[in-house]
Each structure stands twice: as C-alpha cells, then as structure tokens.
Design a binder for this molecule. Structure first.
Ligand code: 9D3
Length: 242
C-alpha cells in the first residue's frame, strides 16, 4: 500500500519513520511519503490560510494548495488515490473503517488545521472527511498517524503474528480478558488460581467469562445481545451479569 500525507507540519509526522511502520516500510509492504502543503503554494508568502468569508474568528485553509498536492501525488503514482481529509465533522474512524481502507492500494491523507479547511476541498477533489473521535485536537496530524498505524497493521505481513490480529478484541467484538505474568503473587495481589491450574478448558471458559463481564460493565454498546451464543449467555448467567 502507498500512503501520501499532506501537512503544514511535516515534521510532526516524523514518528511514522520508527517502530512497526518503519519495519513495514523496510519490507516493502508500505510506502509512506509526507508532503509539505506549503510547497504547493504559488504566492510570495507561501500562504496556506486566509480569513473566513462571512467573518468570524480564526483562519481557514485555502483550497488551491490541497488540489495541487493531490494532483502531484496522482501524477507521481500514475493514478488517483482514495483521498481522506481529517476533520472533526468526518465519519468516525473505527476498526471497520480501518479494514475498509486496508483494502485500498493508495491513500492520500490531507491534514486539516486552524478553524477548518475550505469546503471545496471535500466537495471538489472530492475528499472524504474522517474524525478519530469526539474530543478536540489542534489539527489532523495525530489523527493521520492514528489512521496510518491502524490501517498498516492490517496489511498482510506487517504484524508478525497473524493470530494476534485474529484474536483482536474489536475483531471478536468483545474487550480482552485480564492478563498476568510472573510472579504468582505481587504486593498481596494473587493471580487467579485457574490460570495456574493447567486446566485448559477451565482457562478458556474463565477468559471468555472475563471478556463478557468486562464488556458488559465497560462497553455494553459493543454487545450484540441477540447474537450471543448459548455458552456466552450461560457464562453471563453464572456471573450474575444476565
Ligand atoms: C475549537 C474549534 N472548534 C470550533 C467549534 C472547531 C475545531 C476546528 C478544528 C475543532 C478542532 C479542530 C482541529 N481538529 C482537527 O482538525 C481534527 C480532529 C479533532 O479535533 N478530533 C478528532 N478527530 C479529528 S480529525 C481532525
């Protein structure tokens, strides 16, 4: 997969150079290129923003540099990417959205800043607006990194252990169970006996019950009540959660 990111703060995207993503890049599974939006201005002051029509506080990002950037990206890649624009007004990014994007060959991520981006970027390029959640950030650079990491780790071969992807809590639809390692007792806190028992079927049931219990308690919105198996219902009944 190829990902092009356009930003007025390309240095804020430096973390993409390290860790999981760097490995994916070295292995040729992922190609990331960061572009400086200012390089696509044509005026003497390299201006990327301007005052809002209609008045009001703050500045609005101008449309022309975004169009020029996407056209340069399309020319270099010999084809138009799926274009995303980070925006608090966007579609909420979640695991399903990440899986959808992981099937693309080429993405372009445009990072918004200031009060917002001229509406004609979303309308005319066109670009689909994407938000990473309902909290206020200063701009789209962190959202872009979140999106790239979530998508990249779904590409075949990027994460070493495919089993860890399959077991992922959001793929199974439940939160994870608690994890423990040595020592068996730490500052008066004991590891649950069943995990030391070697009784694999009992361990599997305990983990499943903990997953269900925690999901009911913390994220009831994730549970498809009408689609719980008979075993899951029984585990929750034993637990008093149902
Ligand atoms: C406080 C300013 N707000 C006035 C109503 C609007 C606003 C404009 C720009 C709020 C935040 C931002 C900058 N945020 C993003 O560009 C952004 C974002 C976010 O803030 N949260 C979650 N996802 C995203 S994607 C882009």
């Amino acid at each position: 997969m190829r990902v092009d990111i356009v930003s007025i703060f390309p240095e804020a995207l430096a973390p993409l150079e390290v860790s999981l993503l760097a490995r994916a890049r070295d292995r040729g599974l992922l190609q990331v290129r960061v572009w400086n939006l200012r390089d696509f201005t044509v005026d003497r002051h390299r201006q990327v923003d301007d005052v809002p029509y209609g008045g009001g506080p703050g500045m609005v990002m101008k449309p022309e540099p975004f169009f020029a950037a996407v056209e340069a990206i399309a020319a270099e890649a010999a084809g138009r990417p799926r274009v995303l624009l980070t925006s608090p007004q966007g579609r909420r990014f979640d695991q399903r959205y990440a899986e959808e994007l992981a099937r693309e060959r080429h993405l372009a991520l445009l990072c918004g800043r200031y009060e917002g981006v001229d509406e004609r970027v979303a309308q005319g390029l066109p670009a689909e607006e994407v938000s990473i959640g309902d909290y206020i950030l200063n701009g789209g650079e962190l959202p872009a990194m979140v999106i790239v990491e979530a998508v990249a780790r779904l590409l075949p071969g990027v994460v070493g252990d495919q089993a860890s992807i399959a077991a992922d809590s959001f793929t199974s639809g439940l939160l994870d169970h608690p994890h423990y390692t040595r020592p068996a007792e730490f500052r008066g806190m004991a590891v649950p006996e069943v995990l030391l028992s070697g009784h694999h079927e009992a361990i599997r049931r305990w983990r499943r019950r903990e997953q269900l219990r925690r999901t009911v308690a913390r994220r009831p919105d994730l549970i498809a009540w009408d689609r719980l198996s008979e075993e899951d219902r029984a585990l929750l009944r034993d637990d008093g959660s149902l």
